[in-house]
Ligand binder design. Sequence first.
Ligand SMILES: [Zn+2]
Length: 279
Amino acid sequence: MKIGQFEVDVLIEGTMKIDGGSAFGIVPKPLWEKKASPDEKNRVKLGLRQLLIRSRNANILIDTGIGQKVSKRFREIFAIEYFSNWIDRLKPFGLSPKDITHVFFTHLHFDHSGGATFAVADGSEIVPTFPNADHILQSGEWNEACVPNERTRASYFFEDFLPLQNEGKLRLVSGDQEILEGIRVRISGGHTRFHQIIIIEGGNSQVVCPGDIFPTSLHLHTAWESAFDQFPQDTLECKKILLSKYLNAEALFFFGHDLEDGLKRLIGTMEKPVAVSCE
Ligand SMILES: [Zn+2]
């Protein structure tokens, strides 16, 4: 998909399953199970998608997926199925991991940052997957990830992001700003205190990456919020702002955990927003 000077493509790492109650928070199961049918362990399947944005002089990723360092037990708990690793995922575009110039993290939870590092073959070291990339995130998110609490520490794995700091590949930013021409970050809060959304602008069009503010298009129902949200009221406010701004507009939304497609246009009303595929 072409957005001004940018070529935008959705990539898929695979799928994972999480508890349906966690995925939809306060929504009763009789409602969510009609939309996302649970397995025998009450888990619903989510996609693991990332965005590749190419311009004349940059190859940019939004989030990096889970990556392949996780233990067998972890794979089983989350029923992780891998479709491809980063080498294979970039190959169709004539790219390899060393060609990536920028990685934007919405936040550092394992399903968004894990793919940014990998264990070398003999297992002696964990190193950055994208050795030539700046890895951009909010400094507040970095601080929270490095000092997790009882509630957040199951989501942040140091090996996903400390090697980036060790290699000098981190670029911590504070607040809303334009990072590259046409690419802006905005703190959303909600899912984590310093979770950021990324907006790509070109021509008259935009791609909005809301991260886990709208993990799937089912979460367009404003009260359908994941139980992982640390500040659900802030997620709600952010959703309303995004909907009022981008509903029925020339904008595409990237739903990183959708199973089908990933880039969708939002139509309908604030009470009943609908995502329609445009791939
Ligand atoms: Zn996520």
